[in-house]
Design a protein around this ligand. Sequence first.
Ligand SMILES: NC(=O)c1ccc[n+]([C@@H]2O[C@H](COP(=O)([O-])OP(=O)(O)OC[C@H]3O[C@@H](n4cnc5c(N)ncnc54)[C@H](O)[C@@H]3O)[C@@H](O)[C@H]2O)c1
Length: 448
Amino acid sequence: MSEILRGKDIAPARGKLGVLMPGIGAVSSTLLTGLFSHRRGLARPIGSLTQMGKIRLGKRTEKRFVDVKDFLPLAAPADLVFGGWDCFPDTAYEAARKAKVLKPEHIEAVRDELEAVRPMPAVFDRNYVRNLDGQHVKKAATKRALAEMLMKDIEDFRTAHKTDRLLLCWTASTEAYREAQACHASVKAFEAGLEKNSPAISPSQIYAYAALKMKIPYINGAPHITTDCPAFLELAAENKVPICGKDFKTGQTLMKTILAPGFAARGLGISGWFSTNILGNRDGEVLDDPESFRSKEISKLGVLDTIIRPDLYPELYGDLYHKIRINYYPPRGDNKESWDNIDIFGWMDYPMQIKVNFLCRDSILAAPVVLDLILFSDLAARAGMYGIQEWLSFYFKSPMAREGLYPENDLFVQRDKLMNTLRYLMREELIHHTGLDYYYDLEKNGQK
Ligand SMILES: NC(=O)c1ccc[n+]([C@@H]2O[C@H](COP(=O)([O-])OP(=O)(O)OC[C@H]3O[C@@H](n4cnc5c(N)ncnc54)[C@H](O)[C@@H]3O)[C@@H](O)[C@H]2O)c1
């Protein structure tokens, strides 16, 4: 086992950080438009902990609150350079116009920078995303050759932009649901699968393989498994690369993981939770295919159990009926609307109902998540952290967790984990929120 580098030992964020995104669509073009605008002083990066958040250090009596960006040696937004791949040739400018997340005037303000992000031809397979038919794709005899083409793209990007460090963040469509197969059992089996064109190897896994082979961190913003299988855990450990995923936590699931911890904390029962959505963007179109929807459904369904723990509280949550629907409805575009009906019960089993109607903007919620994940993953790499970055669970609907451990889905536990990891990295005292030492001499009692 190697050590985590802390404080001044963390490698500095020198030079440029290259960010390569498979998928130049609604989320990535919204991130880029916002970030480019922010760099010109035209927009605020609201929702980003790294840009606008503060962290408390020490005791409450010390009143020390510092900006996260000043506390940690993070890469500055000005040092990020972007590239990517897509199965359509649209630049980030065209993608932003088509996605219609943002007003034209906001896109036009940074048009030149958006136009400079031209996707490279993608590794794409319709068996994994049935509802798209892009032609801007790579062709090769084997999946291994495709991986090598991606590695060359990455190397060319590094040279062209003179980057110091790189990372890959999947912002492409949700792939069809597939469980890990024999070819995912080890690196050796996976490499044999690449050679033999195993149909069980998805495009996202070819990107992730290229990244990890080159010791580049990989972030999975979609719900499909990609690196969540033994072969990739082995490769990440072998090459000492950070990985994280799955599925950016936004919209309805964000609300769910805000509300459910509250009900569970107060010991209220839940008999039913019905969630339905309408959305009309390309993501919605892809999810209209039952196989892609299955990936999303599994990612969304899993969040409640680890928060409310029906295994520990069968009387309160043992009979919970949890249902999720996603409906593709083009007129809405990216402006998703979700409805939740929650049937809860309290004292003497008296039933109550809660209705939540969230008119959200998916990509507006996703963009700051992507930015924070980029900056924190880069920090993890410079701190020598590798494998699954559980402290980044805060940002995911279906967080990856070490084998044998359940993932943490409670947003507030996730936030504590994240904040304490940051304190640990900078050699600050971890905060446990007891406040007992104000009243009692814990040292004298031998409790410190
Ligand atoms: N918007 C959100 O709040 C949110 C939240 C959680 C997860 N996500 C996930 O993020 C991803 C992106 O969402 P979006 O709204 O930007 O979708 P989008 O459809 O607007 O963009 C995805 C892009 O990926 C491209 N693509 C598909 N397969 C590809 C491949 N193999 N290689 C390269 N490009 C490929 C598509 O052509 C498209 O341009 C989706 O997987 C979505 O499920 C989004």
